[in-house]
Write a protein that binds this ligand. Structure first.
Ligand SMILES: O=C[C@H](O)COP(=O)(O)O
Length: 257
């Protein structure tokens, strides 16, 4: 199991706001509407997600503020990259600005910031340098950074093999990320290769809505069995007719209770 004892006090406390005593977490991603499709429905569905007791939510600036009370018991990961959307010419890899500064993020209660990075993409230097700049800045504030490491970018300029995912995860950690979020591109047993390569907690992202919630839960179980620190699932959770139940099932899969 990963421990955070080497981190400074601020980071340690914020990591504990997201990760339970077992070192694992269920993150629910609700940031999609800023860049991808309609995103999660507002209002009551947000309360339903919260009722399932996710360890943390991964949110946009708006949702972090508007649902601060609803998600008061959950950690907050704030998406700070962006600047393009599906309505425009959404890039496959090249990198937009940091939209919200770390000090501003602290003011609205963020426990962690998240940005994408695309090692292996033709313009990899842009996202890797951005990640490194952000982690150095956040170090001064005791604010953890989650790196969403996508080998080759969404256009898959390099194939999503387990080896490439492992390399991407390690690169994220080397550039200062405290948590790596990435894809599990094959059988979950093989995800152990990614965990072995990466010295910080790794959580798996979910991807498009699955036909079967049992498959979603099985993915979470498999990731944890392979040594992963949990999951960061979005569409499958807020696209569920009963998000509260699914979050509770994911908790069971990740924490065993
Ligand atoms: O932050 C956004 C997530 O990576 C998307 O989550 P999802 O792929 O499970 O919908």
């Amino acid at each position: 199991m990963q421990t955070y004892s080497a981190l400074g006090g601020g980071k340690l406390r914020r990591m504990r706001r997201m990760f339970a005593a077992d070192g694992r977490a269920v993150f629910v991603a609700i940031d999609h509407a800023a860049y991808m499709g309609e995103g999660p429905p507002l209002g009551e569905p947000m309360s339903q997600i919260a009722s399932g007791k996710p360890d943390a939510v991964l949110a946009t600036w708006h949702l972090a503020r508007a649902y601060a009370d609803v998600f008061a018991s959950a950690g907050l990961v704030l998406r700070v990259d962006g600047g393009s959307s599906e309505l425009g010419d959404m890039p496959q890899s090249d990198v937009n600005d940091i939209m919200h500064l770390p000090e501003q993020a602290l003011r609205i209660g963020a426990d962690c910031l998240v940005v994408l990075a695309f090692p292996g993409a033709p313009d990899e230097d842009l996202s890797l340098k951005r990640l490194a700049r952000l982690t150095s800045e956040c170090e001064q504030l005791g604010l953890p950074v989650m790196a969403e490491m996508i080998p080759g970018g969404w256009g898959r300029a390099v194939p999503w093999t387990m080896q490439n995912v492992a390399r991407a995860a390690r690169i994220g950690a080397e550039l200062g990320a405290d948590i790596v979020k990435t894809v599990c591109p094959g059988p979950t047993e093989e995800f152990a290769e990614v965990i072995a390569a990466c010295p910080v907690p790794v959580v798996a992202l979910g991807g498009p809505k699955s036909e079967s919630e049992d498959d979603v839960v099985a993915l979470a179980k498999g990731v944890v069995a392979a040594g992963g620190a949990g999951v960061a699932f979005g569409r499958n959770v807020w696209g569920s007719p009963q998000p509260e139940k699914l979050v509770a099932r994911l908790r069971e899969a990740v924490h065993g209770s």
